[in-house]
Design a protein around this ligand. Structure first.
Ligand code: AHR
Length: 505
């Protein structure tokens, strides 16, 4: 295999990384909330019933924003059920995931928890079965200081200070026929506009996300975004994107390249948003909120367990290949730092979660946790527009694709660079040269990578550290050029700095 090469030049910049691209998602789905983040009686539970072990892992994952409470769940949710004294909250049939919802956790508990893990809330409002009134009252409940029915009720319920929620999603996947209260683009566009108007009348400082398509394979993809944005352009700040990938029929070569699809999806939504901007003679740009993405092996255990509280739903166990793909999808998000301003790994715990937890038992990091946590920690600063050359290989999904995918991020203080790179080749390592012509001061590189001889290896309760990142010996930059080898089917992080000065830990 011939070698790959990346040229990095500080003059060519894509944009600043908005840390909110490292968000995640907590939905009332399966065991994400109950026995995930919340489990009174667990040995690690805090005074509010939240698991300290899961909170610690959430902090380590590095998630500046957390979407809540759904997802499909939100389209049948009455937020008023989840406030006030617990013994007066109603248990309800939860229709989206065919479960029983106790309402033991609601807006106040979530907002307190999210602050405690050093993050902020992104709340979704129900535009399936409800509308402007319920949404505006929820903004009032959360953000109005005091002196009105809803704000005083929040204070009575224990939150003296406003929750001050900045980002709000106007419904969830309203283009999907499975969604409770599914709508046409026209219907949703009108409802989202009027809801946004009412919410902003309560708090003009909030940021709003309009629903884009549930994925790029939806029959209405493209026209949905165009119609919705023609209605909402003046009142929203972002349009959402959702996507999930999985290996199908053993076609690992295609699966490893699915960031190609994410790139195309993002580019097409940018084009559509900018088309509406041009057509409407708008000044501002609507940016992108990729507020659901992950690997998800769909079609298994959903909705088959009867009416239960916190059933084991979609508890995918991720392997090494899945972690490489998740790392590559993060590279795609970073590459679009100029327009993708928020993104949420779906989800945080148990339900397609980066973290797994057992009731009364341990919690641990899934394989996908590792590339996410490291990218969130070191992928801050300015994304550079790199030029890459790479050998390619054939896939049945995308035709020929490059074996290498990569992105370079200059640290916020300009003292170093981090290159994130994936070798998509299943069986061959890939020699890589990084041309650092514009960075004469950089001298040493530390190479962290995630791979395994067994690409099906997973982390389990019994063996939670089976798959973890490894570190190669530090290498020297030689005459402005760095040479290393990316293992077969691997995610890599190469931190390049000065010998003295920049901490490489
Ligand atoms: O994240 C799981 C589900 O996937 C969400 O509830 C829904 O929005 C999407 O289809």
């Amino acid at each position: 295999m011939s070698e790959a090469r990346i040229v990095v030049d500080p003059d060519f910049r894509v944009g600043e990384v908005d840390p909110r691209i490292y968000g995640t998602f907590v939905e009332h789905l399966g065991r994400c909330v109950y026995t995930g983040i919340y489990e009174p009686g667990h040995p690690t539970a805090d005074g509010d019933g939240f698991r300290r072990d899961v909170a610690d892992l959430t902090r380590e994952l590095g998630v500046p924003i957390v979407r809540y409470p759904g997802g499909n769940f939100v389209s049948g949710y009455r937020w008023e059920d989840g406030i006030g004294p617990r013994d007066q909250r109603p248990a309800r049939l939860e229709l989206a995931w065919h479960s029983v919802e106790s309402n033991d956790v609601g807006t106040d508990e979530f907002c307190k928890w999210v602050r405690g893990v050093g993050s902020e809330a992104m709340l979704a409002v129900n535009l399936g079965t409800r509308g402007p009134d319920a949404a505006a009252r929820l903004v009032e409940y959360c953000n109005h200081p005091a002196g009105t029915y809803w704000s005083d009720l929040r204070r009575k319920n224990g939150a003296a200070d406003p929750h001050d929620v900045r980002v709000w999603c106007l419904g969830n996947e309203m283009d999907g026929p499975w969604q409770i209260g599914h709508k046409t683009a026209e219907e949703y566009g009108r409802l989202a506009t009027e809801t946004a108007k009412a919410m902003r009348l309560v708090d003009p400082t909030i940021e709003l996300v309009a629903c884009g398509s549930s994925n790029s394979q939806m029959p209405t993809f493209g026209s949905w975004e165009a119609t919705v944005l023609e209605h909402t352009y003046d009142v929203v700040d972002y349009v959402s994107l959702h996507t999930y990938y999985q290996e199908r029929k053993g076609d690992k070569a295609s699966f490893l390249a699915c960031a190609v699809d994410m790139d195309n999806f993002i580019d097409n939504v940018i084009a559509t948003a900018d088309f509406v901007r041009a057509k409407g003679r708008h000044q501002k740009r609507v940016n992108l909120s990729f507020d659901e993405w992950n690997v998800w092996y769909m079609g298994g255990d959903d909705k088959t367990q009867g009416w239960q509280a916190a059933p084991r739903l979609i508890e995918d166990t991720y392997n090494v290949t899945d972690a490489v793909v998740v790392g590559n999808l993060l590279i795609s998000l970073l590459r679009h730092a100029d327009r993708v301003k928020m993104a949420c790994l779906a989800q945080l715990v148990n339900a397609i979660g980066a973290i797994r937890s057992e009731p009364g038992g341990p919690s641990w990091r899934q394989t996908i946790f590792h590339p996410f946590a490291l990218t969130s920690r070191y992928g801050r600063g300015t994304v550079l527009r790199t030029v890459a050359t790479s050998p390619s290989y054939d896939t049945s999904w995308f035709g020929g694709v490059p074996a290498l995918d990569s992105v370079a991020v200059e640290s916020p203080d300009g003292s170093g660079l981090t290159v994130f790179a994936v070798n998509r080749l299943i069986d061959e390592s890939l020699p890589l040269t990084v041309d650092l012509r514009g960075y004469p001061d950089l001298e040493v590189a530390v190479h962290t990578y995630l791979t395994d001889d067994d690409s099906a290896a997973t982390n389990t309760a019994e063996n939670p550290e089976r798959v973890t990142p490894r570190q190669a010996a530090a290498s020297k930059v030689d005459a402005g050029s760095l040479s290393l080898s990316l293992p077969a089917q691997s995610w890599n992080m190469i931190r390049i700095g000065k010998t003295a000065g920049r901490s490489m830990s």
